[in-house]
Write a protein that binds this ligand. Structure first.
Ligand code: CO
Ligand code: CO
Length: 346
């Protein structure tokens, strides 16, 4: 039997297939306002996870994330989906407690051994994060999908939000980018084994250490870089915080091979949408190529944390991130005073 290519079963273009943020936020805006006074973080600021007060000191952090296969190895797919879902707890400065799984699987098209591998990948990654998957829901579906709903806990005064970036803060990124572009090349069978291996290493790496480091130094603002790309998530943070940013593109860590795939045209649809969305707010230096514009907008799966760190805390943070073994500890720019939330990229 030929090796089963899981990515050939997913209809999307290599980034898990989210619905455009403009489409979705329009629907959410039209809903009646939320009235529950225990909500600390809801849908208003497009943050990474919901935060809900449970007593005077503590709050629950909850998130859900799932997607179609972005790699062909079922065990790695399960690991990536779990690392990605748990990351939204880490982005809020929370500690995960447990998870539930969401599974879609074509039982008539694929052997159950594939599903077993996917689930095993998820369970192993969750255990690495120190939690168990204690329930879930599954449906028979032509297209495989897998992910987790994760519940975590956080001290209310330690919640790290995406609307607390302050002028003068330095922007630190904890993983290299480019996994969307590599995923696109994987889907068409054009990615080299080395590049696949590196992308999988990046996507399965937990943001646990990065999160613990930022909580320890008392950072107030961060987000994780996922479907909207580096610039998209940066813009979300700037808009929520009422500020702008200056970014130095040469200091942004990029996975090896990504530039050449971009040059050959392996650009996921989601990445093109991201660039079209964020472009109105970006001022590119003339030296920035079209490929770099795509890479900075590339839809990531299980990307790193983008931390807005007060200048005085930067050295301690950088030390702790290095100690935690983060895949990148890159200072990529700084937060500036700009009510229009523009991003200058040079
Ligand atoms: Co997120
Ligand atoms: Co998410």
């Amino acid at each position: 039997m030929d090796k089963i290519r899981l990515t050939s079963l997913s209809h999307g273009s290599g980034c898990g297939c989210k619905i455009g943020r403009e489409d979705l936020s329009l629907i959410i805006e039209h809903l009646p306002a939320m009235k529950d006074s225990n909500i600390i973080v809801g849908t208003a600021t497009a943050d990474d996870a919901a935060v809900y007060k449970i007593d005077d000191k503590r709050a629950l952090v909850q998130t859900v994330d799932f997607f179609t296969p972005i790699v062909d190895d079922p065990y790695e797919y399960g690991q990536i989906a779990a690392a990605n879902a748990i990351s939204d707890i880490y982005a809020m400065g929370g500690r995960p407690l447990f998870a539930l799984s969401i599974i879609s699987f074509p039982t008539d098209k694929l052997p159950m051994s594939i599903l077993e591998e996917i689930i095993k990948g998820g369970v192993d990654k969750a255990r690495e994060a120190g939690i168990e998957i204690i329930g879930g829901h599954s449906i028979d579906d032509p297209e495989p999908k897998y992910g987790l709903c994760v519940t975590g806990i956080v001290e209310q005064d330690k919640v790290v939000r995406n609307d607390r970036a302050r002028v003068g803060d330095l922007l630190i990124l904890t993983k290299p980018i480019g996994t969307g572009i590599i995923s696109k090349a994987i889907k068409t069978g054009d990615a080299s084994d080395d590049h696949i291996k590196e992308a999988v290493r990046v996507m399965t790496f937990l943001n646990k250490g990065a999160s613990e480091a930022m909580v320890e130094v008392g950072v107030k603002a961060a987000t994780d870089v996922t479907g909207f790309g580096l610039l998209g998530h940066l813009y979300g943070m700037l808009k929520g915080s009422g500020v702008g940013a200056k970014i130095k593109s040469s200091s942004i860590p990029i996975i090896q091979g990504v530039y050449s795939y971009a040059k050959k045209g392996f650009i996921p649809g989601g990445t093109k949408d991201n660039l079209a969305f964020v472009e109105k707010n970006v001022i590119w230096d003339d030296s920035i190529s079209q490929e770099t514009q795509y890479i900075l907008s590339d839809a990531q799966t299980s990307g790193g944390l983008l931390i807005s760190c007060p200048k005085g805390k930067k050295e301690t943070l950088v030390d702790l991130l290095n100690e935690a073994g983060c895949l990148a500890v890159a200072e990529i720019g700084e937060v500036v005073d700009d009510k229009e939330n523009r991003i200058w990229v040079n």
